[in-house]
Design a protein around this ligand. Structure first.
Ligand code: ITT
Length: 199
């Protein structure tokens, strides 16, 4: 039996990572591009969880099927958790990765306390509108300069604990094995199984 899951993101890098990680037999992942006129969700909540739930509920109501949303970002301790929920638009609109990374390096300057974490909250919405959230985290530090050409977003600046490389210097499989998104997805699969067993 095959089952469809809509991945409710407009971020093609997230979609690519989720496709690489979530390879269960019989599971068909459907991107938002396969729907015309998907509504634009305004991410105006002050937490990853709030925004993930909002995306899953609004896009789940639109698709009518099992729908998974991802709200994620980088928290830097020395910056009191910034950029946090504002990670995508840290340097303003429109989204500009190079400007975000430059702003982060400038904000930290030569500080030596550079601990940080990526967080990913996923919200799974059933066709009936029941929502469950899970979270994955990856602890690390912010490098002094950008390194590596892989990944996306803040990956050239983020060195996960236990590694000498940034996420952007790793092959995708290595990042996905330890990343906030990989960890959130492992929990999302368990949450989905629990919801299905109630039906
Ligand atoms: P959707 O809301 O459509 O899913 P988005 O890019 O707007 O796409 P978010 O609001 O969750 O998604 O913002 C996530 C931002 O956090 C993203 O744009 C990056 O700047 C950063 N980010 C999240 N996960 C990341 C990762 O694995 N590597 C690097 N940066 C990441």
């Amino acid at each position: 039996m095959s089952r469809e899951l809509v991945i409710a993101t407009g971020n093609l890098h997230k979609l690519e990572e989720i496709r690489a990680i979530l390879t269960l037999p019989g599971l068909v992942l459907v991107g938002l591009s396969e729907f015309s006129d998907a509504p634009e969700v305004v991410e105006d909540r002050d937490s990853f969880e709030g925004n993930a739930i909002k995306k899953a509920e609004e896009l789940g109501a639109f698709t009518g099927g099992w729908t998974l949303a991802d709200d994620s970002g980088l928290e830097v301790d020395a910056l009191n958790g910034a950029p946090g929920v504002y990670s995508a638009r840290y340097a303003g609109e429109p989204v500009n990765t190079a400007a975000n990374n430059a702003k982060l390096l400038q904000a930290l300057g030569s500080r030596t306390d550079r601990t940080a974490r990526f967080r990913c909250v996923m919200a799974l919405c059933s066709p009936e509108g029941v929502v469950r959230t899970v979270e994955g985290r990856c602890e690390g530090t912010i490098a002094m300069d950008e390194s590596g050409g892989g990944g996306f977003g803040y990956d050239p600046l983020f060195i996960p604990d236990g590694s000498a490389l940034t996420f952007a210097q790793m092959v995708p499989a290595t990042k996905n094995r330890i990343s906030h998104r990989g960890r959130a997805l492992a929990s999302a699969v368990i949450a989905w199984g629990a919801l299905l067993s109630r039906q």
